[in-house]
Design a protein around this ligand. Structure first.
Ligand code: SF4
Ligand code: SF4
Ligand code: FES
Length: 492
């Protein structure tokens, strides 16, 4: 274990590990030293000079991202001299900056704006004309580059060199003409490209999916977990409910990675980041009996009717790996004795890599495994349906059309005496069921996912449910209560 030493920060005695960077030790005790180029996962090239501090005994200000804590060190990050040095560094970064905050998508979360308000040298000494560079460069499918706003901190180039090792970006040319550019012949289209937008401290790299949709100060942020694969990256869901006429009416505006050293570090993949587009599409909000004719039911009436169907046994339950730990556990109780079928099946898995992406493109099959549940094969289920061996087909999964083909899936569903479809969104096959129950999407409920390594993460409710939708576990519990009321116990 590293030795703990005492040092002084702004006159206050602090204890920290010997050798820890002053900028990190300060952050540990709630003191943020301005910085651009330093990023804990990308190193400290020391090129932005924003983190300058006064160190007792040193002839000149030192950069705190390269000064190590040692016994007796005496650092001032907010003295007049330190602030003067920080303001000079900031002035240098703004020499050629276009100052186009009113039309910049980074406005409201920009390191230049924030530090300018805090320590800016409000009377500029610069009289020369600004250097012009390229604006609106489509760096890749997800990222737009504005070279004029870039402060050459090199975080983005270090990301593509050290994290993805794909080298799409570099710093080219010399002196005033120096700029971040695409490496000749390359496009910024690696599977993690959106992360460069997060780490760019200014508005030089912006997200093409999010640009100009809604101003960031209208967004609410909620801790969540990405459901895109079984890694279960920690994310923050940014929702737009204050300006519903912005962002094309979509309530989720963007996902951002949330630091979790145990699971995803600072990053997330593009597949997960941009995978929320269908959340509000074809939403189910009403409890319906669709056959013999369409009618809306109360939750009580629907649960009682479904409970009476379950009493007859011969139940097949098709579950998706999107279910939460709470949902799986309620399903295990309700469907005790039923046959379970999980999706995705092993032959429907996707691509994975050595960084984060996992082949199971759902977050939570692990919870089913932990509960001792096992999946039957969909071929076997199709044969049972065809032969009339399934009385109740209860489906919490949108993919039956993909598994069996749309028409065949509809035919197979119609073979069961009673079909129940439950989920947040309608699908090509959901019209073929007798009952259709609206469930909440993961952003409309709180719950937990267990990732492929068995690590449990909690996600929080970010939005109100659509219509009368309820979490899956609540629906399962309500049907179980209806079964128990009739004194017959759970379905078998
Ligand atoms: S584009 Fe952004 S992250 Fe990249 S060097 Fe410029 S300021 Fe830094
Ligand atoms: S690696 Fe998986 S969990 Fe992480 S962001 Fe990508 S899809 Fe989501
Ligand atoms: S953060 Fe220290 S020099 Fe850039």
């Amino acid at each position: 274990m590293a030795k703990r030493v005492k040092f002084k920060l702004n006159g206050r005695e602090i204890e920290a590990e010997e050798g820890r960077l002053v900028i990190d030790a300060a952050k540990d005790v709630g003191v943020e030293i301005p910085h651009y180029c330093y990023h804990p996962a990308l190193g400290n090239p020391g090129n932005c000079r924003m983190c300058v501090v006064e160190v007792a005994g040193a002839p000149k200000p030192q950069i705190s991202c390269r000064t190590a804590v040692r016994e007796g060190l005496d650092v001032q990050s907010d003295s007049a001299a330190a602030k003067r040095a920080q303001a000079s560094a900031l002035e240098l970064h703004l020499v050629n900056h276009p100052l186009d905050c009113p039309v910049c998508d980074q406005s409201g979360e920009c390191g230049l704006q924030d530090y300018y308000m805090k320590i800016g040298q409000y009377q500029s000494q610069v009289r020369e004309n600004k250097q012009h560079k390229d604006k609106r460069v489509e760096a890749g499918p997800h990222v737009m580059l504005d070279q004029e706003r870039c402060i050459l901190c090199t975080r983005c180039t270090r990301f593509v060199e050290n994290v993805t090792k794909t080298y799409e970006l570099g710093v080219f040319r010399r002196g005033h003409a120096e700029r971040v550019e695409l490496t000749p012949g390359k496009v910024l289209d690696n599977d993690y490209s959106g992360n460069v937008v997060d780490i760019c401290p200014v508005g030089a790299l912006t997200d093409r999916d999010f640009r100009y949709k809604v101003r960031v100060w209208y967004l609410d942020k909620t801790d969540s977990v990405c459901p895109g694969c079984s890694r279960g990256c920690a994310v923050s869901v940014h929702t737009n409910t204050k300006r519903p006429w912005h962002n094309d009416g979509k309530r989720v505006a963007r996902l951002k990675p949330r630091y979790n050293p145990e699971i995803n570090g600072h990053w997330m993949c593009d597949e997960g980041r941009y995978g929320f587009g269908s959340l509000d599409r074809d939403r189910l909000g009403r409890v319906l009996r669709l056959a013999p004719r369409e009618e809306e039911l109360s939750w009580d009436a629907a649960c009682a009717a479904i409970a009476s169907e379950l009493r007859g046994g011969a139940v097949a339950f098709v579950a998706s790996g999107m279910l939460s730990n709470e949902d799986w556990s309620a399903a295990k109780t309700l469907f005790a004795g039923a046959k379970f079928y999980f999706t995705p099946e092993p032959d429907q898995i996707g691509a994975e890599d050595a960084l984060l992406k996992r082949k199971e493109k759902v977050p939570n099959l692990k919870a089913a495994e932990a509960l001792g549940l096992k999946s039957g094969s969909f071929d076997e289920l199709a044969a049972d349906l065809d032969a009339g061996r399934v009385r109740v087909l209860y489906v919490v999964e949108r993919d039956l059309g993909r598994i069996w083909g749309e028409e065949r899936a509809k035919t197979l569903v119609s073979r069961a005496a009673c079909g129940v479809f439950q989920g947040p969104n309608a699908c090509a096959v959901s019209e073929a069921f007798r009952y259709r129950l609206p469930a909440t999407a993961y952003v409309e409920e709180s719950g937990r996912f267990t990732n492929f390594e068995g690590k449990v993460s909690k996600y929080e409710k970010a939005l109100e449910p659509i219509g009368s939708a309820k979490p899956d576990w609540e629906i399962f519990d309500a049907i179980r209560a209806a079964l128990e009321t009739s004194g017959k116990g759970a379905a078998a």
